[in-house]
Design a protein around this ligand. Structure first.
Ligand code: MG
Length: 258
């Protein structure tokens, strides 16, 4: 099943929905407890897709593909490096990634995103998949120069628009060996299989839940493979995960006034 958030033409009100073939239906209730699907009666081209959810928190894993760690001269980590991205960074399909003027090197990072479906605390790896609601494509946009110059990654990872998610939450997805690609202006920049992760999804979820409670609607980003590269205004970034879909975002300059 594919779940979305969307707004109808002429309305700014976000709605939760589901996709059936090329049509969208509304959902009544709470996606993570009780809900009811209404008839899918609206052609998908007549709605604007929004970020599929507003996460409570976003926990991300750094250096989770060997080739990416190597390209940055990092040791292969023995435990996952985790950090937080703020929910205010989230944007959806088609929204602009805004380049903050203070950074001179802003890069894409295509990643598989996990949506948590059940409260998870101190879980075992063998139980981890039962806490997963579904999956999305994500772009862990990073101001690389600020990530390097600051003692924490909060600023480099945390600007508004630095977390495109979408285009929907796919619940029927096999994450063990899925191809993940990133294209900029149709040119291939990153390509890997989720099979190449250093820490598996079950071990990541067990590790994070040993630190903090994961709640329904939280999002976990699982790391990016090699090939991250700088973005410029006018670029179009596409993160594609086979079995989920393609998340497309234009890159825009920071406006003169905010
Ligand atoms: Mg990342």
């Amino acid at each position: 099943m594919r779940f979305i958030r969307f707004s109808k033409q002429g309305s700014a009100e976000p709605k939760t929905g589901w996709i059936y073939e090329d049509r969208v239906g509304e959902i009544e209730g709470d996606l993570f407890s009780e809900y009811r699907r209404l008839e899918a009666d609206t052609p998908i081209e007549n709605v604007k897709l929004l970020a599929p959810l507003v996460p409570g928190k976003i926990v991300a894993v750094g250096w989770n593909y060997i080739d990416h760690a190597r390209e940055f001269d990092r040791e292969i980590p023995e435990v996952p490096t985790i950090f937080l991205k703020p929910p205010s960074a989230v944007i959806g399909m088609g929204d602009g990634i805004v380049l903050p003027e203070i950074s001179k090197k802003i890069e894409h990072e295509c990643e598989l995103a996990i949506v948590i479906g059940k409260k998870a605390r101190m879980i075992l790896p063998e139980d981890a998949y039962s806490y997963v609601f579904g999956y999305m494509a994500a772009n862990d946009v990073t101001a690389r120069d600020l990530q390097k110059s600051d003692d924490t990654w909060t600023r480099g990872k945390g600007f508004d628009t630095f977390c495109p998610l979408g285009p929907w939450i796919e619940t029927d997805f096999e994450p063990a060996d899925a191809m993940l690609t990133c294209r900029v202006n149709s040119e291939l920049r990153q390509m890997a299989s989720t099979r190449d992760m250093i820490f598996s999804i079950p071990s990541i979820l067990a590790f994070i839940s040993s630190v903090m409670t994961l709640n329904p609607g939280d999002v976990v980003l699982t790391g990016t493979p090699a090939g991250t590269s700088p973005l410029e205004a006018g670029d179009v970034v596409e993160v594609q995960i086979d079995g989920i879909g393609r998340l497309v975002n234009p890159v825009v300059k920071q406006a003169a006034t905010i």
